[in-house]
Write a protein that binds this ligand. Structure first.
Ligand code: FMN
Length: 268
């Protein structure tokens, strides 16, 4: 037995304390990991459901209800952005964010639309909502781009006509609450419903891209395509504008949506 006030005893007590604490912390991290992963997945599913407006108005869904509604209504498909085709037998664990970081699985973002991010993945998940006859009712696509402080990640649901926005949600960002963080404000989000992405009656091509955030309140014809910016958050608003234009351009989901529209025989 070491004397209580000896140097060796002090070291021994500190060592035991450190080992016990580190075991507790790492044990908790390992034990909670699956729960964190499930919550992250649930949050994404909740946002997809919200963008698509699949839940009853204003109803708060439990985790189980989110999982059930998602499984019943949403079909994820891995999309090759270059070809506009789905990737057959896709690995459900495919992570587009990881793919965007590696040069062999991503493309550099250049040209007209700057989203403040250097590269984007070549393949990404899109989500289809179908009716009982298997016809596409909505396509939900992921969008992201730089705001003021952070990259904002969200989803845009495009309606059956493959032109009209059905909903927009952001599920991850680091913008200031009350300023750029107002991208999450339900009133602002609801303003996107019904906005047209391309000029009415014109081909879904870059020269006809009209969707975006207005500088000031959108007036006249622009109100069909634009939502007013967030006050005190011009930079975040500009980020939302750029990312919508980029992701619906020929470099983003444009070719895929054109292809879907011609397969569906959409009127224009
Ligand atoms: C503490 C602090 C946080 C801010 N957060 C944001 C933000 O999240 N998004 C944003 O666009 N601007 C933010 N701003 C304001 C920007 O610095 C900039 O002034 C603003 O985007 C200009 O917009 P305005 O012309 O609408 O005032 C913040 C400013 C301060 C001082």
């Amino acid at each position: 037995m070491l004397p209580k006030d000896s140097m060796a005893n002090t070291f021994l007590v500190s060592l035991v304390l450190c080992v016990v604490c580190s075991l507790l912390v790492s044990g908790a991290a390992v034990a909670l990991k699956p729960m964190q992963e499930r919550n992250k997945l649930l949050d994404r599913q909740k946002n997809i459901i919200e963008a698509a407006g699949l839940a009853e108005d204003g109803k708060r869904l439990s985790g189980k209800e989110i999982e059930e509604l998602y499984a019943a209504r949403v079909t994820p498909q891995l999309l090759d952005l270059e070809t506009g085709e789905y990737v057959p037998d896709a690995d459900e664990k495919f992570d587009p964010r990881k793919a965007a970081k590696a040069t062999d699985t991503s493309t550099s973002i250049e040209g007209e639309y700057d989203i403040g991010v250097a590269r984007r993945e070549n393949q990404t998940w899109v989500y289809l909502v179908k009716d009982s006859g298997g016809n596409i009712q909505q396509v939900i696509v992921p969008v992201y781009g730089m705001g003021l402080w952070s990259v904002l990640y969200g989803y845009v649901a495009v309606d059956q006509d493959l032109r009209t926005i059905k909903g927009l949600t952001y599920y991850e960002h680091g913008e200031t609450p009350g300023l750029g963080g107002e991208v999450e404000n339900p009133t602002w989000k609801s303003k996107w419903i019904g906005k047209q992405i391309w000029a009415e009656g014109k081909p879904r091509e870059d020269e006809n891209l009209m969707v975006g955030v207005a500088k000031g309140a959108p007036s006249g014809d622009k109100a069909k395509y634009e939502v007013d910016g967030l006050s005190g958050a011009t930079i975040t608003s500009r980020g939302v504008d750029s990312m919508l234009k980029y992701w619906f351009s020929d470099d983003g989901f444009g070719p895929y949506i054109q292809k879907l529209a011609s397969q569906q025989g959409a009127s224009n």
